[in-house]
Ligand binder design. Structure first.
Ligand code: GLC
Length: 565
């Protein structure tokens, strides 16, 4: 089943030159979280038809590609990151025909589609795992997972001391077919997400085949979930310490970022390249790789591996000129030797929305101002940028969801352990986004007063796409203008360096970029006071309304300004 893959409908005469090097190098990639984007059938849960209906909105926003969080068959123990069948669309999202129509329409509009692939683990309802349980110890199917006898006299202790990312031990004990206590299996995430054993040839063969299935369907690339987790250190050694995830910043853990994973990505690169190596149509892969350093992230992007990786070090950086400059340098320095584009990201479905995270939390207007400044800075940096649905509307994190409605397994697992709190709790950034109207679900579903799987705050009526469209000062129009300017100015988008401006007041970050004989300057004030700066050129765009007076600008606090020189 092959759909036609268009040459490159997005390439216009104006940007053809800068895109010949690879479309992903300067792409703005928009993350759709299918549950919460648009609900065409009115059941309160987003679906693929909903996404298809809103593609013109994404086209108008100006993004290059859409990354869809998982839509595969899944019991939804982790919102679809627990896949029971990689070849089937979950009925809650639609079916394969819907996926084909979505891909075809996206291509028709010049948008590329990136699928989310989850190779570290599947669902405990996956046919292989169910059968492995049924067949008991010794079943060859058990070698596709990490099944081991426990420690202790009766095997009552887990095989090692690894902790699950969602809290508690990373092992769950099984019952034998006769009901007696049996082996344990490894799950770095929820117990409903057994880890695959990537030493098994069957696992590697299966994923090669799954890649091809979606590539044949016309998918332009993959976001690889937990790309750093597939290979575990030989012998699954104890770590000897608690709070293991916190060690990730400093150390390579025996279950993360093992050198062996690179062999898998070299193999996958061969599969991707079977679909063509023309930079304008190339199929790509982006790694979700949590590593101790940006330099280790670059290992995933060597010329024979993947194309991009999320820059979580950037996402984790405070709104502080000095720290931002340091992480930008670190990133560009790490990417240059492997020739991969840097990526920049502020929000996604796993973290507190950047408006709330970077903001002081005292005043919504102030938080929004900072979020807009952070966005304009991100979109000015060389490389590719990721935008998470709803950030273009200036949506805050929803902090007051009733416990009974929350679905994030991290919340359930942390409950009662004293680890509750917003950090690591992910429903608040997954609330369905507002499109129009004054009554919930604000156009998310077809009917006013209809359902939405998480309730939307009443204030979201004024944040809807409809409410913001055409309002020059709105956040949505800022995103539209910024993405359009990024396309139009040759010194924005792709590149591997910036020239820092040194003569700026403390708290102000400024850099120059030059391409095709044209200069661009970005100035961002992260301090709490306005500062007077000389205008370096013609004002292109500002995250807060500003006026240049006699070649000087009083740059307000929490404001980024773009200049054409
Ligand atoms: C990734 C996903 C996250 C999911 C986890 C387990 O980090 O982004 O949402 O819970 O993997 O699949």
């Amino acid at each position: 089943m092959t759909t036609q893959h268009p040459a490159d409908p997005t390439v216009t005469a104006a940007d053809a030159g800068r895109r010949t090097d690879g479309w992903w190098r300067d792409a703005v990639i928009y993350q759709v979280y299918p549950r919460s984007f648009a609900d065409a059938n009115g059941d309160g849960m987003g679906d693929l038809e909903g996404v298809r209906g809103r593609l013109p909105y994404l086209r108008e926003l100006g993004v290059d590609a859409v990354w869809l969080s998982p839509y595969y068959a899944s019991p939804q123990a982790d919102a679809g990151y627990d896949v029971s069948d990689y070849r089937v669309i979950d009925p809650m999202f639609g079916d394969l025909a819907d996926a084909e129509r979505l891909i075809a329409d996206a291509h028709g509009l010049g948008l590329r589609v990136i699928a989310d692939l989850v190779p570290n683990h599947c669902s405990d309802q996956h046919a292989w795992f169910r059968q492995a349980l049924r067949e008991g110890p010794g079943s060859p199917l058990r070698s596709r997972f990490h099944f081991l006898p426990g420690k202790g006299a009766d095997g009552e202790l887990p095989p090692n001391d690894w902790e699950s990312i969602f809290g508690g031990p990373a092992w769950t004990r099984t019952a034998n077919p006769d009901g007696t206590p049996g082996e344990w299996y490894l799950h770095l995430f929820a117990p409903e997400q057994p880890d695959f054993n990537w030493d098994s040839r069957a696992v590697a063969d299966e994923f090669r085949s799954v890649l091809r299935l979606w590539l044949d369907l016309g998918i332009d690339g993959f976001r690889i979930d937990v790309a750093h987790g597939l290979v575990k250190a030989a012998g699954l050694p104890d770590i000897g310490l608690h709070d293991q995830l916190r060690l990730l910043g400093n150390d390579v853990l025996p279950f993360f970022d093992q050198d062996g994973v690179h062999e898998i990505y070299r193999d996958w690169r061969l599969v991707l390249d079977e679909y063509g190596t023309d930079p304008a149509t190339r199929r790509i892969a982006v790694a979700e790789a949590w590593t101790p350093t940006v330099a280790r992230t670059a290992n995933y992007l060597r010329p024979d591996e993947l194309h991009q990786a999320f820059n979580f070090q950037y996402l984790g950086t405070a709104w502080d000129a000095g720290k931002l400059r340091a992480v930008v340098d670190l990133t560009l320095d790490a990417m240059r030797p492997v020739g991969a584009p840097a990526t920049w990201v502020l929000s996604n479905h796993d973290v507190v929305r950047h408006l709330t995270r970077l903001g002081a939390g005292l005043d919504r207007e102030q938080d929004l101002r900072r979020a807009r400044a952070a966005t304009l800075l991100m979109l000015a940096l060389p490389g590719s940028a990721y935008v998470y649905q709803g950030e273009e509307l200036g949506l805050p994190e929803v902090l007051d969801l009733p416990d009974s409605l929350r679905q994030d397994p991290a919340f359930t697992r942390a409950k009662g352990t004293g680890a509750e709190g917003q950090e690591g709790m992910r429903d608040g950034c997954r609330v369905p986004i507002p499109w129009s109207g004054t009554e919930a679900p604000y156009g998310f579903g077809p009917l006013p007063g209809g359902p939405s799987w998480l309730p939307q705050p009443a204030e979201w009526a004024k944040l809807s796409v409809e409410a913001q469209t055409g309002d020059r000062d709105s956040t949505l129009e800022l995103y539209r203008a910024a993405i359009a300017a990024r396309r139009a100015h040759p010194a924005l988008g792709a590149g591997d360096s910036v020239e820092w401006l040194e003569e700026l007041p403390t708290g102000v970050l400024g850099f120059r970029r030059t391409a095709a004989g044209q200069e661009f300057v970005c100035t961002a004030n992260t301090a709490e006071q306005p500062v007077l700066i000389p205008a370096p050129g013609r004002l292109l765009l500002a995250s807060t309304p500003v006026t240049v007076v006699e070649d000087e600008l009083l740059l307000p606090a929490d404001t980024t300004v773009w200049w054409a020189v």
